[in-house]
Design a protein around this ligand. Structure first.
Ligand code: NAD
Length: 327
């Protein structure tokens, strides 16, 4: 490709990705399967890597999510809520392992978690009471959706210790709730939601919490944001602690001593995912030791100590069609 052709292709990709991003993040109504978005984003990343002089700060490769809607109060995330780098195959996972082990002196253990296809949320507890819940938004500014989150039964309004802690996780719509909701929508001649992720996001960004209350949403918490008193030394200890606090964590996580074990876990869930009552779109692999996490640090968009393995594209497309057909 000549220079002009590269620039033209980059412009075309940015334009279409911005449109897809707007439909997905702002309207909660995607027009294409995630795999198609991911594939175009990968192509753009490759072109930008080969031509770094063409990277612009507003390129979809440089952004997390989308700006918050004006309808909600804004919430500043003092610790940014980042996106994750992606792996699409075993080789990408092994590359990740090589990068991580190169940067750290001690042996590395990983925690593997299911990548829940929902909406990232931040929950703040002050002296043990739930005081604020927010979306990720663009990573630094989210939307205050406290009233909607208070309607989710698995979010305790007070936790078991008088802690001041910001916890993070995923709000999602289980398949059962999604199918019932779309059936009801169709019965009312309303447009059904494209997938459970968008249904969850659409429900939590309603101005009337009574609507969210009818949507039977659920949560899994998997991380900690701001936490002054925090003294734990690993991600796995944090997961145990979140559970002790009475927060809902996903029981399916696993600590892995090697990348081989990680790959085994990925293969297991590639086959088992249809049996879950909620949508997962991959596996998140995180370095367990928090000192090692700190050593590895962050890029502008992603932590270097974690990666999201994405399930293969064909499945994502079939899955979307299956869901539509089964409604
Ligand atoms: P991402 O989905 O690749 O990964 C980051 C997110 O994973 C986190 O923010 C968090 O919400 C989530 N997550 C779920 N389980 C987790 C766990 N156990 N630990 C940590 N995080 C966990 O990145 P993204 O920036 O949220 O969005 C990109 C996604 O949105 C892609 O899947 C992309 O295909 C999709 N998308 C689709 C369209 C479309 O038009 N179809 C448009 C834009 C984006």
């Amino acid at each position: 490709m000549g220079n002009q052709q590269v620039q033209d292709r980059i412009n075309a990709l940015r334009e279409i990705l911005n449109q897809y991003g707007y439909e997905y993040y702002v309207l909660d109504r995607p027009s294409v399967p995630d795999a198609e978005y991911d594939q175009k984003l990968q192509e753009l990343k490759k072109l930008e890597k080969a031509h770094p002089e063409l990277i612009t700060s507003d390129s979809p490769t440089q952004r997390v999510g989308a700006e918050p809607l004006d309808a909600f109060q804004k919430v500043q995330h003092h610790i940014p809520m980042l996106s994750l780098g992606n792996a699409f195959n075993e080789a990408d996972l092994r590359d990740f392992d090589r990068r991580v082990t190169r940067e750290t002196d001690q042996p590395v253990s990983y925690v593997c978690e299911l990548k829940i296809d929902g909406l990232a949320v931040s929950l703040t507890y002050e002296n043990g009471k739930f005081t604020r819940g927010a979306t990720r938004g663009d990573g630094t500014t989210g939307e205050d959706i406290t009233s909607n989150l208070r309607t989710i039964r698995s979010i305790p309004l007070s936790i078991k210790e008088k802690e001041t802690i910001e916890v993070r996780g995923e709000a999602f719509m289980p398949h059962r709730s999604f199918l019932a909701l779309n059936k009801a929508k169709q019965a009312n001649n309303e447009e059904p939601f494209a997938n459970p992720r968008n249904a969850a996001a659409g429900s939590l960004r309603q101005l009337d919490p009574k609507i969210a209350a009818t949507r039977n949403l659920d949560t899994f918490l998997y991380g900690v944001g701001e936490w002054e008193a925090g003294a734990l030394s690993s991600h796995s200890e944090r997961l145990h602690y979140l559970k002790e606090l009475g927060l809902k964590t996903n029981p399916e996580w696993k600590k892995c001593a090697t990348i081989e074990e990680v790959i085994e876990y990925v293969n297991y869930w590639t086959n088992e995912r249809p049996h879950l009552d909620y949508e997962i779109d991959g596996i998140v692999v995180k370095v367990d030791n928090l000192t090692q996490q700190e050593e590895l640090g962050f890029t502008a968009k992603n932590p270097r100590w974690a990666i999201a393995y994405k399930f293969p594209a064909e499945e994502a497309i079939t899955k979307l069609q299956d869901i539509e057909l089964s409604v």
